[in-house]
Design a protein around this ligand. Structure first.
Ligand code: FAD
Length: 273
């Protein structure tokens, strides 16, 4: 439970964090809320030689109405996402899901950018980004680039972020009156989802799954079925098509497949399919 020795550096600006990443070499890691990285370090599943603390870069903590989308700074904490009046009005599914993450301690420390950059298939916020077709803004020494959520999660705990890049902002389309639903099945209120589903009806019907693959994942077969005129029950039968869900102490693969079907049906019905 004691991490390997590491150097600790504190960045006071985004530019400083990018320079420190470049100087830190292969093993440098950013530290945001620390709620995913520090447990990995204590278990020695991660042993960065340098930790670059970006928790003090407060100008990366914001929610802004940018006209055609809502921009959320990567260091915005889950609690601030949950309580944002702008998000409650314009992207209510995001505000709601942020309020279902872990417990109050986790929501006070964890950041939206840390959750997405971690790329854990069991996390809830990646599913919101996938279902809503959000866009991620990444900044590195070569400048800024934008990556659609569907291209961001590349493998188990792996993302499109280069070693020297920082996730700075996430852009969400406005939802206005769009229907939505979040279904999270766990044994206790503050637990990670055994399976979760986010559905939105925002021009398209977007459906994404939590803990059903080795990455956060879209339920593409469900989306195609709905687009083809299927009912919620018919579309839900395709919930785990093409997916190989994990099996662990909390659930077998078969139980996850069953849960996905039940939860996708509920999510589609609640969101208005
Ligand atoms: P950190 O732990 O600081 O960083 C995570 C990773 O992202 C690191 O690799 C870091 O280098 C990288 N990183 C951080 N910020 C950036 C950035 N801006 N740019 C590039 N890389 C970056 N999550 C859920 O979704 N649902 C839950 O129910 C849930 N329950 C939890 C319960 C407990 C007890 C705990 C400890 C965590 C839980 N979490 C849950 C995870 C929580 O949401 C974390 O806060 C989140 O996953 C990571 O955010 P962080 O800011 O703590 O990131």
């Amino acid at each position: 439970m004691i991490p390997s020795a590491f150097d600790y550096r504190r960045a006071s600006s985004l530019d400083e964090a990018i320079s420190m990443l470049a100087e830190g070499g292969e093993d440098a890691k950013l530290l945001a809320g620390g709620h995913s990285l520090l447990p990995l370090m204590k278990l020695r599943l991660a042993s960065p030689s340098v930790l670059i603390d970006i928790g003090g870069v407060r100008d990366l903590s914001y929610v802004r109405d940018a006209g055609d989308h809502i921009a959320v700074g990567a260091l915005t904490r889950h609690l601030d996402v949950h309580e944002s009046e702008v998000l409650r009005s314009e992207v209510p599914v995001l505000a709601h899901v942020a309020g279902q993450i872990g417990d109050p301690q986790v929501r006070h420390r964890g950041t939206i950018g840390g959750s997405l950059a971690h790329g854990d298939p069991a996390s809830d916020l990646p599913a919101v980004c996938l279902a809503l077709r959000a866009t991620f803004v990444l900044r590195g020494p070569g400048g800024e680039r934008q990556v659609p959520a569907a291209d961001f999660f590349t493998g188990f705990l792996e993302t499109a972020l280069a070693r020297d890049e920082v996730l700075t902002e996430i852009r969400f389309p406005k939802m206005r009156e769009a229907g939505w639903s979040f279904q999270k099945f766990g044994l206790r209120a503050q637990d990670w989802a055994i399976v979760g589903v986010v559905a939105v009806r925002n021009g398209h019907t977007g459906v994404a799954l939590v803990n059903m693959a080795d990455t956060p994942v879209l339920a593409s077969a469900v989306e195609a079925a709905v687009a083809g005129g299927a009912s919620a029950a018919e579309a839900a039968e395709h919930a785990s098509d093409g997916l190989d869900p994990p099996h662990d102490v909390r659930s077998s693969r078969e139980y996850r497949r069953h849960l996905a079907q039940v939860l996708v049906r509920r999510a589609l019905e609640e969101s208005g399919v």
